[in-house]
Design a protein around this ligand. Structure first.
Ligand code: F6R
Length: 606
């Protein structure tokens, strides 16, 4: 949520910063800005523009401001405080235009600080909370930028990842973090600071994650942080974060879903023992045997993975499992004891609400496990142990392959916990062998992309959709609906099939289609009753059914087939057509697929 880039080193050209910022555009795209030090003029130049990074680049080209020197700082914004315009865009500066900064997060006491600073004579020009930071740093500045930053931050309540430069203390970039991700990219003759590894990946794969309350001082030849810190290697390459020949990242990422399954299971299945090997849990293996209750906490799409996990873990591992969304969990009074473990699921590992819930659980002494895609993320550093989904970089705002990675990881955990308890060897072997077949089955589903595209075009002018499913596929109904609304802006809701008759059915008519997830599983016959209820009211139906089910063709308008697998694993196949359906509908409607309006990847504010 918002992207930060800062640079100090051999490169003198702000275009390099723009190039890095583009790789963060998925984090926010309301406006963008840059400030850079010009060593000839001994001054800092500032350009900021509402809209996409293209607008910023054009404005820089037209400004005739020479860029010869650094440091520079850049920002791409997802607005919280203050409208989307040039003035509220970052960087923000002080009264004398000597200090410039970019900020992610929210300064919660900004109103109070602003009033105080105005009384002291500071002149504000924006409505953005960030501007108080530049004036506070100005207030404390006495020639040493890091000292001023340190003093200013003592007065601040809220969250921040920030990068600051000053023409009165040149040759230096100061970065600081509290609850908003920030990392240093370390390379020979240059150091970058960024809110996300994608920004630094074309320069270096060596990164250092800043911790909360840390301040780093970057100079061209070195950097200084109070604490000795490990250098982490980014596991993916710059190429993996490129669109390649695909028109959109979302399509590329859906097409990578079979690979996401392969990566998540690679080296982890032990077929003969009906067991899985999860290295990230080895340190807590013994303690996990004692656990008799699980809490799964996540937000958005990841919470639907959690919901599916609840069905898996209860049915096959026999552990009472409860799920909640991060933003609510933190305000409840969860009853936990020493035999409870909480599992936090997050693609980015930086979602503020999930992290807040994690910290609440740590505070209570509860064992905290993580499922994340982001190595070195805040979540992975703060949990006691965890499992990486290994889905590779996900750039489209709508999560697809990372969601599949989460489902697979939950299936692996089910075998892990199950085999620690009562799960029979044959059952473990069965799940493990079905998991191994999934990549091929997923590829088979993807081959139907052209048919799914036709179906999406057929229904694109409908304004409302129900998605329904039962048991393992109820969460998939919610996922299908979320994906559709997120990128096509059509109204869609996921409903448990059994709930239709309790209200939702009232809306059904010939213009209100329902997508029914109806694999041939233990609840198939019940779902067929729902199909009849919808048909009796003339509602169009698209069914997701198991290959070989010919009967369903007579009951519904369109069918998309998925191959047969174990009931517990059907969501992993049924969600693929739902992702494609959302994608092709949004394409047919001409929407901005990878950067849907009002949204951004990785929600690092509350
Ligand atoms: C929807 C989507 C979001 C995220 C949610 C949690 O397509 O991507 O709903 O799932 O914001 O994000 P993470 O998994 O990064 O915690």
């Amino acid at each position: 949520m918002c992207g930060i880039v800062g640079y100090i080193g051999k490169n003198q050209d702000i275009r390099m910063g723009i190039e890095a910022l583009r790789r963060l555009e998925y984090r926010g795209y309301d406006s963008a800005g840059a400030a850079w030090y010009n060593s000839d003029k001994k001054d800092i130049f500032l350009v900021k523009k509402a809209g996409r990074i293209d607008n910023l680049e054009k404005a820089i080209q037209e400004s005739n401001l020479v860029s010869s020197g650094n440091p520079f700082i850049l920002h791409t914004r997802w607005a919280t405080h203050g409208g989307v315009d040039d003035i509220n865009a970052h960087p923000h500066s002080d009264c004398k235009n000597e200090i410039f900064l970019v900020h992610n997060g929210i300064i919660e006491n900004y109103q109070e600080l602003k009033e105080k600073l105005i009384k002291e004579g500071h002149k504000f020009c924006s409505q953005c909370d960030t501007e108080v930071l530049s004036h506070l740093i100005e207030k404390y500045f006495q020639g040493n930028l890091e000292e001023a930053v340190r003093k200013a931050l003592k007065e601040v309540r809220g969250t921040y990842g920030l990068a600051v430069i000053s023409k009165k203390d040149p040759g230096k970039l100061v970065a600081a973090r509290l609850s908003s991700p920030l990392l240093l990219g370390i390379n020979q003759d240059e150091i970058l600071v960024a809110s996300d590894p994608s920004a630094v990946i074309t320069h270096t794969r060596q990164v250092i994650n800043l911790d909360d309350n840390e301040i780093a001082v970057l100079k061209p030849e070195n950097f200084f942080i109070l604490k000795e810190k490990p250098v982490i290697q980014i596991e993916w390459t710059a190429e993996e974060a490129q669109k390649g020949d695909y028109p959109h990242f979302m399509l590329k990422e859906i097409m990578e879903e079979p690979e996401a399954i392969e990566n998540a299971i690679r080296g982890r299945l032990i077929p003969e023992e009906g067991q899985v090997k999860l290295g990230g849990l080895s340190s807590v293996e013994k303690k996990l045997r004692e656990i008799n209750r699980l809490l799964l906490v996540a937000c958005g799409t990841a919470s639907y993975a959690a919901r599916t996990g609840e069905y898996m873990l209860e049915e096959y591992a026999g552990i009472p499992t409860e799920i909640d969304i991060g933003s609510e969990f933190r305000y409840r009074k969860p009853i936990v004891d020493k035999k409870t473990a909480a599992i936090f699921i997050s693609q980015s590992g930086e979602t503020a609400d999930t992290l807040a819930a994690l910290r609440e659980m740590k505070e209570k002494g509860t064992m905290a496990l993580g499922i994340t895609n982001a190595v070195g993320s805040t979540q992975s550093r703060e949990t006691d142990a965890g499992v990486y989904t290994r889905s590779g970089p996900e750039i489209a705002v709508a999560s697809t392959k990372a969601f599949i990675g989460q489902l697979i990881t939950l299936a692996l955990l089910t075998v892990y916990f199950g085999r620690q308890r009562d799960m029979a060897l044959v059952m473990g072997q069965r799940i493990v062998s079905e998991l191994a077949k999934l990549p091929e089955l997923a590829r088979k589903v993807l081959k139907q992309a052209p048919e799914i595209e036709k179906i999406a075009k057929k229904y694109k002018d409908c304004k409302n959709f129900w998605f329904i499913g039962r048991k393992y596929n109820y969460p998939m109904a919610m996922e299908g609906a979320l994906k559709l609304k997120e990128i096509s802006y059509l109204h869609a809701e996921g409903v448990a099939s059994g709930e239709l008759k309790h209200g939702a059915l009232a809306l059904i008519d010939e213009n209100f289609p329902t997508i029914v997830i109806s694999p041939s599983d233990s609840v198939y016959e019940k779902t067929i009753s729902n199909i009849q209820e919808i048909k009796a009211r003339k509602g169009p139906i698209i069914a997701i059914a198991t290959e070989g089910n010919e009967e369903i063709k007579n009951l519904v308008d369109d069918v998309i087939y998925i191959p047969k697998t174990l009931e517990m694993l059907t969501p992993i196949l049924s969600v693929i057509p739902l992702h494609l359906f959302a994608y092709y509908t949004a394409v047919a409607l001409g929407k901005d697929i990878d950067k849907p309006r009002n949204l951004a990847k990785s929600v690092t504010v509350e």
